[in-house]
Design a protein around this ligand. Structure first.
Ligand code: COA
Length: 331
C-alpha cells in the first residue's frame, strides 16, 4: 500500500457579507440571540451571477498554486457538495473550469460530512496506487436552499469552498493516520432538503414531477446527535491510530455551532485553545467548513508541519466521520 499526505490547501469565500445586525432588520432575530446560541456573527453569500463551481475553482486553483502543481497533474477530482449547480453533478464543470483535462471527476453528496468522506475516498485511490494526485474539494452554497424568512435555519448557514491536494507520499509514509465513518439513515428527517412530488396524469400515463423544498431542520435533535456521536467517533479513530488525546495538536470540527465545538472538546478533555474555529465569520458552510478552516489556520501560521489534527464532520444523512492527519504540507 502507498502512503498518502496532504500536499497543499486553498479556500475561497464570496465577497458579500451579511452580519447579524443586518439580518435582524428583516427577520425577527437579534445579534445577541444568534451570537450566544451559535457563535456566528456574519456569513458570506454568493452573488447571483456566480455559481458554486466558480467558488470551487477559486479554492482549487489556490491549492494547486500552493502545491506547485499544474491542473493537468491532477488524476482525480472529488467534489463534496450538496448544492451542486446540476443534479447530475458539478465536478465535471469544475474539471473544465480549472483545465484538469487528465482528471476524472465526480461529486460526493454527504452534506457537512462530505469533505471527510471525500478525503477518505481519495486516500483509497492513492493507497491502492490507482492515482497519484487527487484534488478534494468541499463547496456549498446553502444560502440558495434556505428559507430567508425562517429564523430557525437561515441564520446558521453561509457559502464557501475549500480544497486540498492529496498526493502519494514518495517515501510511502502515511499522513492520513486513520478514519472512521458512520451513517444513520433512520434519523435523516432531522436535517433535509426534501423533494416534494406532484402527481399528474395525462390520459393513461401517471407520472410525478416536483421540486426541492427549502432546508428543514430539527435543531435540538441535530445538536444532541452532534454532541453525543462526534466524541465517540473521535475516540474510536484515536484508538485505531494509537494516539492519546494529549498528543492532539488541533481539533477541527465541522463549523456548525461554537457550543457544539466546545462541548465536544470538553467531553474529550481537549483544551479549548486547541479548537480551530472561524465560525463567527462564515457560519456553517457545510462541506466547505473543514477545508476552509484548515486552510485559514495554516495560512495564518497556527498549524505547523508535524502537528496532529483531529478532523470530524457531521450533519445531514445523518452522517458523521473522523479522520486524523499528520500535517506535512509544502511550506
Ligand atoms: N432568533 C430569535 N429567536 C429564535 C431564533 C432566532 N434566529 N430561532 C429560534 N428562535 C426562538 C424559537 O422560536 C424559540 O422560541 P419559543 O421558545 O418562543 O418557541 C426559542 O428561540 C428557542 O428555540 P430553540 O429551537 O429551542 O433554540 P435552541 O436553543 O435549540 O437553539 C439552534 C437553536 C438551531 C441554535 C440549536 O438547536 C442548534 O445549534 N442546533 C444544531 C443545528 C446545527 O448545527 N445544524 C447543522 C448541523 S450540520
Amino acid at each position: 500500500m502507498k502512503g498518502s499526505h496532504i500536499l497543499s490547501t486553498g479556500s475561497a469565500v464570496p465577497n458579500i457579507s451579511i452580519d447579524n445586525v443586518s439580518l435582524s432588520k428583516t427577520l425577527n432575530t437579534s445579534d445577541e440571540w444568534i451570537s450566544t446560541r451559535t457563535g456566528i456573527k456574519q456569513r458570506r453569500i454568493l452573488g447571483k451571477s456566480q455559481s458554486i463551481t466558480d467558488l470551487a475553482a477559486e479554492a482549487s486553483n489556490k491549492a494547486l498554486s500552493n502545491g506547485l502543481l499544474q491542473a493537468t497533474d491532477i488524476d482525480l477530482i472529488i467534489l463534496a457538495t450538496s448544492s451542486q449547480h446540476d443534479l447530475f453533478g458539478s465536478a465535471s464543470k469544475l474539471q473544465a473550469i480549472i483545465g484538469a483535462k487528465n482528471a476524472i471527476a465526480f461529486d460526493i453528496t454527504a452534506a457537512c460530512s462530505g469533505f471527510v468522506i471525500a478525503l477518505a475516498t481519495a486516500t483509497q485511490f492513492i493507497e491502492t496506487g490507482t492515482y497519484k494526485n487527487v484534488l478534494v474539494v468541499g463547496a456549498d452554497i446553502l444560502s440558495r436552499w434556505v428559507d430567508w424568512s425562517d429564523r430557525r435555519t437561515c441564520i446558521l448557514f453561509g457559502d464557501g469552498a475549500g480544497a486540498a491536494i492529496v498526493q502519494t507520499d514518495t517515501g510511502n509514509k502515511n499522513d492520513i493516520l486513520s478514519f472512521q465513518l458512520n451513517t444513520n439513515g433512520l434519523a435523516s428527517n432531522h436535517l433535509s432538503i426534501p423533494y416534494r412530488k406532484n402527481y399528474s396524469n395525462t390520459g393513461s400515463i401517471h407520472y410525478s414531477s416536483g421540486r426541492y423544498s427549502y432546508l428543514t431542520m430539527n435543531g435540538k435533535e441535530v445538536y444532541k446527535f452532534a454532541v453525543s456521536q462526534v466524541p465517540e467517533s473521535i475516540k474510536k479513530c484515536l484508538e485505531k491510530a494509537d494516539i492519546c488525546t494529549k498528543d492532539i495538536s488541533w481539533l477541527l470540527l465541522h463549523q456548525a455551532n461554537q457550543r457544539i465545538l466546545e462541548t465536544v472538546a470538553l467531553k474529550l478533555g481537549i483544551p479549548s485553545h486547541k479548537i480551530i474555529s472561524n465560525i463567527q465569520y462564515y457560519g456553517n458552510t457545510s462541506a466547505a467548513s473543514i477545508p476552509l478552516a484548515l486552510d485559514e489556520a495554516f495560512q495564518s501560521g497556527h498549524i505547523c508541519n508535524g502537528d496532529i489534527i483531529v478532523i470530524a464532520g457531521f450533519g445531514a444523512g445523518l452522517t458523521w466521520g473522523t479522520t486524523i492527519i499528520k500535517w506535512n504540507v509544502i511550506e
